[in-house]
Write a protein that binds this ligand. Sequence first.
Ligand SMILES: Cc1cc2nc3c(=O)[nH]c(=O)nc-3n(C[C@H](O)[C@H](O)[C@H](O)COP(=O)(O)OP(=O)(O)OC[C@H]3O[C@@H](n4cnc5c(N)ncnc54)[C@H](O)[C@@H]3O)c2cc1C
Length: 402
Amino acid sequence: MNSTVETNQGRARTAIVIGAGVAGPVVALALRKAGIESVVYEPYAPGTGSRGGPITLASNGQNALAVVGADRAVKQAGHPTPRMIIQSGSGKVLGAMDDDPDLPPRITLTRADLIEKLQESAVEQGISIVYGRRFVGAVDTGRSVIARFDDHTTAEADLLIGCDGIRSTVRGIIDPAAPSPRYTGLIGLGGYVPSAGLADTGGAWHFIFGRCAFFGYVTCGERTGWFANLPVKRLDADAVRATGFEEWMERMRAAFADDAGPALDFLDRVTPDEFAPPGPLEDLPHVPQWSKGRIALVGDAAHATSPSSGQGASLAAESAVELARCLRDLPVEAAFAAYRRGRADRVERIIAAAARTNQNKAAGPIAARIRDALMPFFMERFNTPEKTAWQYGYRIDWEAAA
Ligand SMILES: Cc1cc2nc3c(=O)[nH]c(=O)nc-3n(C[C@H](O)[C@H](O)[C@H](O)COP(=O)(O)OP(=O)(O)OC[C@H]3O[C@@H](n4cnc5c(N)ncnc54)[C@H](O)[C@@H]3O)c2cc1C
């Protein structure tokens, strides 16, 4: 894309978007709505990665997608799962929560389907996504940004928006001292098994705080999605990568052997082709700098929450729309500052809440007993639609001036 010199009192007119995960396509759509044309660059061709395990998109994320007309396709690709049931390893129900009936129900789908639908929505609305290009560096000239890619090509625009995920390269360009992802002490594993022969959960996610590990499952039509979080104190990323399918199955069988839930039944049905690559659960509790000059971050690159919040994709979509709203109304520097001011408290609050959930998932035997005794009280008191409205009821007022 040719850089267009900014006109109109310092407002940007063109952008380079790095990454076509969740934030990338949504920011491109929202920028277009704000009058800024962008091209998205992504290393991986569509459909080349793992399908992944089940992820949920909460009402606040769906509301953000609705602003850019991308909610319908995502809803059609997923299953409504508006109920959560929390259990202990002994099978006791510790609490339940239904989504607020005034909000769109939580949707469960694969991560690959979510990203595919967002990319399709962007392309349908005229956004170009260039596949096969990995961003490696950028020069901010003061009037434009020139991006470099691993195939020695370059692109130039008024702005560069880094939507390149938790291991963002763009973050390191904004601030070489930026924090790296923090390991939570848990390894995540998951995938899908055939639903035949398993009890239908009827649109409910079941979450089990087991004696040694955490297990979640939900029926999605003919397939049932599941995931496990295993506490592993010290992370050896090479060892995680080198561990084979059978060994993970053995480790999970051992972890869930004493629990009353159906985890062992599930594990008997798991096959390697429906098993997402295991990985550490990580977060980024506080990234001090989200922008510099003409470069800014959106999504996990700026504010990764661990998966325990079920909010990472929703927050990425919200931030994408909010950044575009600020750029619509303000010159670049003021827009980036207003964007961060409007987002930081909310995302950091959600990241911190997820970190507390992680402690419960990795509790030792004594802490687990206390957790199981106290959780019914906390569920009843704090996990109600009213008490969680700040999180799930969040709506972006696109028409409001930034
Ligand atoms: C196991 C697990 C379960 C999860 N469950 C949920 C859930 O239930 N609900 C929820 O809301 N969230 C969940 N999340 C979090 C959610 O997936 C992320 O928050 C969300 O994907 C963030 O979107 P993003 O666009 O910022 O980053 P990503 O989706 O990671 O996208 C980043 C993109 O940038 C590309 N990229 C990276 N480097 C470069 C480069 N140098 N040049 C160009 N492109 C690059 C990548 O290929 C990728 O496509 C889960 C995460 C994990 C790991």
